[in-house]
Design a protein. Structure first.
Length: 160
């Protein structure tokens, strides 16, 4: 099976930080893959995974460990419209703040990861957690991680 030529970044955000990270990845990683599309999760459902792409979920955590408001429809559809997603290869960038929410740190991304794995999707690499309390620039650490992750994902797909 040939490696996908598209990276689809699905963004769940309340304050736009996850969107800024996704946009930085779109610009910084364009030399690694033929096409990168950033799509807000607003109104999406499980059918977004029907295409031939690598998927990157870039999502913050809201409230007491929930997914952001704009991600609810997609997250809920993974439970209410379940189907086997064995063809899906994905990564997760989870944003959170360990100082104010230690018990639910990055839980929005972890919840997506768990639900996708339950449906047979295969995560490439580990969930990358961006901690607002770390004092790093989310866009910089996110793009650095994504360059490594994308190389790993494309290499794994080429061998598949």
């Amino acid at each position: 099976m040939p490696a996908p030529t598209k990276l689809l970044i699905l963004v769940g955000t309340m304050t736009n930080t996850a969107e800024y990270v996704a946009q930085a990845i779109e610009m910084d990683c364009a030399d690694l893959i033929e096409s990168i599309e950033v799509r807000m999760m607003n109104g999406l459902d499980i059918s977004v995974f029907d295409g031939d792409a690598l998927y990157l979920l870039c999502t913050s955590t809201y409230g007491a460990g929930d997914v952001p408001d704009n991600a609810h429809a997609l997250y809920d559809s993974l439970g209410s419209q379940p189907k086997f997603l064995g063809h899906v290869r994905y990564g997760v960038i989870a944003l959170g703040d360990s100082s104010t929410h230690p018990q639910t740190f990055c839980n929005g991304g972890l919840r997506f990861d768990e639900r996708l794995a339950d449906l047979g999707a295969v995560r490439v690499g580990e969930v990358f957690r961006i901690d607002a309390a770390a004092g790093t620039e989310p866009e910089a650490v996110g793009t650095a991680w994504c360059r490594d992750w994308l190389a790993l994902a494309l290499q794994a797909e080429a061998k598949a």
